[in-house]
Design a protein around this ligand. Structure first.
Ligand SMILES: [Zn+2]
Ligand SMILES: [Zn+2]
Length: 390
């Protein structure tokens, strides 16, 4: 089959690789119909994350058709159309039973590496380093899906791929970030970053009852999408002082909750070996640690700072004094995608949200290298690339 593979910094190539096989009775093989490039894939593309190996198949946002099932798979059968969650979860451990799926104890065969960095390992993730399991990703024609009964949701025929694909990651990720804000009627929610996760965090904040949502970014085309598709107010941080502007907008109180949808994916797991290099590169990119610092300083007293996605854990710029003295609540975590599958599919089915609004580019799987370049460089107003295997 064809797959988009990592070969090093700014080097991904679509090459021929062996087809995946059922390795475990809980596996299925899915024929990919749509897959996407995630912001966190760009950090692999920038070679900022250790434990990638040449030839690793990328991609953790994908969906398709079940073409083969292992003997222990109960829920799925050949021909089912499914979206797959980016964390791989067993469904039975202490964490899975509490629906904390991204913390699954049983799906990272290389947990010992992650334990060195974090004390404990999160779940395995598709196409995302050997430290997180070394699983082949879904930017390919086929993928092996372990624990398929737990990690998939069946999709009704009346919904298109583009409407449901982002149930795999960015819609639940933005939604969980907003849910973590414990939104009350009348609340103002500020979101740093108008990338795909930021867009879903903003939209979700409205779905959960926020009165005002403010998006903070520097790319006019991304702010336009937030304004036009979501009705968010926007702040260009290159044109004004973010703290002063937010205080003006909120009568000096500050936003009730602040979501950092910029920094988390920049600090992808295990940057300890590449700490200085990563830190330097992040400063060059988009002031990422700065966004979280701003969020903490701007948040109203007693408010919540919500950080979706992944931090490396080595950021030394977090103003803990402000967090403590303002009695802030800090909520974070990799997304428990499977927990959100059913309720968010329902919201899509009801027409409360059409997640396809973030898609700006559609291309063949073979054009993945072009997609990575466009997304990295924010060319052609690129917000989200969807790849279609032939
Ligand atoms: Zn992602
Ligand atoms: Zn588990």
């Amino acid at each position: 089959m064809k797959a988009n593979c990592w070969f090093g910094k700014h080097d991904v190539q679509v090459v021929d690789v062996p087809d995946p096989k059922i390795l475990n009775q809980h596996d299925t093989i899915v024929k990919i119909s749509s897959t996407a490039i995630c912001g966190s894939d760009l950090h692999l593309y920038n070679a900022l994350v250790p434990t990638m190996e040449k030839g690793d198949i990328l991609g953790h946002e994908f969906m398709g058709e079940v073409v083969e099932t292992g003997g222990a798979v109960k829920k799925l059968k050949t021909g089912d159309r499914v979206v797959v969650s980016f964390p791989i979860s067993c469904g039975n451990c202490f964490f899975c039973q509490r629906e904390l799926f991204s913390l699954c104890e049983n799906t990272n065969p290389n947990a010992w590496i992650a334990e060195k960095f974090f004390g404990h390992s999160p779940a395995g993730i598709y196409g995302y380093t050997h430290m997180l399991g070394g699983f082949a990703g879904g930017q390919a024609q086929y993928v092996r899906v372990p624990f398929a009964d737990v990690g998939t949701i069946k999709i009704p025929e009346n919904l298109s791929d583009e409407q449901v694909l982002f149930l795999s990651d960015i819609f639940p990720t933005g939604y969980m970030a907003a849910e973590n804000c414990n939104i009350q009627p009348g609340d103002t929610i500020a979101v740093w970053g108008c990338g795909p996760v930021g867009q879903f965090a903003m939209k979700s904040a409205f779905l959960l009852g926020a009165e005002r949502v403010v998006g903070i970014d520097r790319f006019p085309y991304r702010m336009d999408i937030a304004r036009k598709k979501i009705d968010a107010e926007v702040i260009n941080y290159e044109e004004c002082d973010v703290y002063e502007t937010l205080m003006d907008m909120t009568g000096g109180l500050g936003p009730d909750a602040c979501i950092d949808a910029v920094g988390m994916e920049a600090h992808v797991p295990g940057v300890i070996g590449a700490y200085d290099r990563a830190k330097q590169a992040m400063m060059l990119e988009t002031d990422r640690p700065h966004a979280l610092r701003q969020a903490i300083l701007a948040c109203r007293k007693g408010g919540t700072v919500s950080v979706p996605g992944v931090y490396g854990g080595f950021d030394d710029k977090i103003p803990l004094g402000a967090m403590m003295n303002k009695a802030l609540t800090f909520k974070t975590g990799q997304t428990h995608v499977q927990h959100y599958f059913e309720p968010l599919l329902k919201r899509i089915g009801n027409g409360e949200i059409d997640p396809s609004f973030v898609i700006t580019h559609r291309m063949a799987l073979e054009d993945a290298p072009t997609g990575y370049d466009l997304f990295l460089n924010k060319e052609n107003d690129c917000l989200k690339v969807v790849l279609k295997p032939q």
